[in-house]
Design a protein around this ligand. Sequence first.
Ligand SMILES: [Zn+2]
Length: 420
Amino acid sequence: MYSEQALRLHIAKWVVPVGYPPIEYGGLVTFGGRIIDVAPASSIRSRYLGETIDHGEAIITPVLVNAHSHLELAPLRDLVPSSGSFVGWVRRLITARERVDHQETLAAIETAVAELMEDGTGVLADTGNTGIVLDLAGADDIYWPFSGVFFHEVIAPRDDDFRGLKRLLGTPTIERNEPHNNFNLALSAHAPYSVTPDALRFIKAWNYYNRLPFSIHVAESTEEIDFLHSGSGPIRDLIEERGHWPPDYEIPGTTPIRYLNKLGLLDSQTICVHCVHLDDADLEVLVKSNASVCLCPKSNMHIGVGFPKAFDLKRLGVNMAIGTDSYASNDRLSIFEEMAVLAAADPRLSTKAIFEAATLGGAKAIGLDAIYGTLERGKKAAFLVIRPGNLPSAEVMDFLVLETCKSQANRDMIVEEGDQ
Ligand SMILES: [Zn+2]
């Protein structure tokens, strides 16, 4: 990390600004923790006098955005195998979670944070229903490497739980919404089937008036689709078993996306996580609402719920982000791996679109696109220097998405600090 104030010229074989075509032999100029120019290296060298750092045979890109993770589930790596059904996996998750203690969780989060950084994540939207990640992010004596947001996740299947939530919102921790190293605190709802309609509206409104993004797992499994249509099936069984079934539950009788839309929850500050099961009308609703979709393809494959509708979403212009979900459904928290899986699954989806989702799309989804997501004037000097060995002479986007994750690329993350 560079800390003193100085004009710097970072030069490399490739600069990938995102939003603009890659620049062969490009460079970026930084000062005071911000980018002040991005252009061909020759032009930069002739116009600026400063410390020149020539990264040589490397690719400079924005830091990646992981728009959906659950760091507090880090100790569950390899402990929650697929069971062939979504609810079966949830049951295994609940059991595995009960066996984990605080110290194990702290150690596992430390490993997960190192892995996220190694794989290029600089901006993170993490979700959890304990305070452990927020405590770490806000601790004075711990270096927290991410900007982004922590979503305190609410599970409130009955109104009783909702009253508990209101009490929680009255406590200073949540109310103050203090940024922890640019790591904001927001609320998220677990899913359309596990939070009452009143609580869903309340959470969304609270985030909206605090100018924060809102996140919810939605349209993840066929069990969810069936439950919202009929009020029955394995999800109802699970809720009843856990003693949460509300006697006055009104069956939505529609799809998860249309249900959220009816409740007024979908807008440009909402992140719909998963979106595996969408029909044409759902896609239309998403387009009209300007909501973002966060794709977690490796998690979906692990649980066995299907694959997200990435090509349709992109074709229709829906803003896409990418997340890893947690070790309970993924063997690595790597946005590079998620990109490679998306590219391999559907050749119609361009690698440019995929890389955009991993950077600008994610930054937009969590409301930080004025600071992150691209390399351009005014944005934070936070970027990756990737040295994979053999560099392409063309098609750098394909190379970034398809090859760099296979090649054990050497990646450095550079975050320059400044006054702002
Ligand atoms: Zn999740």
